[in-house]
Design a protein. Sequence first.
Length: 349
Amino acid sequence: MKTRITELFGIKHPIIMSGMSWISVPKMVAAVSSAGGLGILATGPLDANQTRQAIREIRELTDKPFGINASLLFPGAADNARVALEEKVPVINFALGKGDWIVQMAHEYGGKVVATVTNYRHAKRAEEYGCDAVIATGNEAAAHGEAVTTFCLVPSLASGLNIPVIAAGGVADGRGLAGALALGAEGVAMGTRMMTTQESPLHENYKRLSLEKTVNDTLYSKRFDGLWCRVLDTEGARKAIKAGLNPIKLIQAIPNSRAIAQQLGLPFTKLFIGVLGSGWNNAKQLAYMANAFKLIRIATEDGDTKNGVLPVGQVTGLLNDIPTVREVIERTVEEAEKIIKELGEKVGS
Ligand SMILES: Cc1cc2nc3c(=O)[nH]c(=O)nc-3n(C[C@H](O)[C@H](O)[C@H](O)COP(=O)(O)O)c2cc1C
């Protein structure tokens, strides 16, 4: 299958694995890229040195193009993006911020830059300052989709932009890929589907749960990490959302921020004083993130379903097996090609 996205990235299939913190690790990225898609490394939980090591590890595992994701609102994300630029990573994907400086530096060595967006205004701005493509994340996606669903967001961006659009949120198989292409996308990004694969480091407890849950079994709230966020409906997620940032959670955020201080290479007290001085809104957002990071880590690594929280998309309800990433990619393309071919016969002509 050839689209403007396969041409832009130099890949075989128009399928991307989203950057997912704790999941999109080097071996996953390399597996996706080796199978003809584009794997994207998540740098959320990494410091600058770890990001550099992870990029080098990917290069040892595959000679195919790959990308890195930096969610610019996360602490240390800009430093991680700078490392990726120094390492001349072929595709830089940024989210939750303005990446004009990334565009400028990536284009100097021929790198491509993709903005993750949830609305037309941000997408247009990203196109204007030189992004090569956008990932349009709909409401049904894991983590930070916003109000508009993929079904409406993709055509609205495809008609208003000249750069190609990649659809994210709600895609798990060939039906999703064919549908996204019909809506005007030139490729898809899959998170939840890729997370439940054999190579994925996700704990077995959650792989099993992801298969049991239906499309209705997610929670969408601003009270988990301070942004609109979709997570799997579990006891742990309900508890976290009910508590929000109550006084106990606010106090818990102090020790939980130690991991962030470590990631930034800052003494903890310096971070603490700096955050307090940056105003209540910033302090609140960082407190939310510190607690959320811990809960996602204990879900993905320890498999704790009573206290952990796992971002997942509504497509969790469409999953019924744990294939390899290569199987996901190949059968998605085959199924989409079959659907596209048969659609004409189905509706008659
Ligand atoms: C466990 C998990 C962690 C994620 N972490 C990040 C992240 O660090 N940065 C980011 O931009 N998106 C993150 N996402 C969102 C994905 O990049 C992507 O937008 C989403 O998974 C697409 O929707 P889908 O799950 O329906 O395929 C995460 C998703 C999951 C499932």
